[in-house]
Design a protein. Sequence first.
Length: 82
Amino acid sequence: MANSALSKPLTLSPELEAVVGKGPMPRTEVVKQLWVYIKEHNLQNPQNKRNILADDKLKAIFGGKGEVTMFEMTKLVSPHLS
């Protein structure tokens, strides 16, 4: 199976579960659910859609940052997966 590391269900931190739902879930699904949450709560920067404006739940995942890029987001989510 190609990329089995990406499709392996991972344990999520409580902060991450508050946003994407109960784990375990694969990283790909986590990222998909993060985007669902971001779009539902209108958290993309209108001037730069690649940037995410964090609400309180996302700040808990993003290490307190108020705005992160899409690429930063993936990096900041990693410590919340095990």
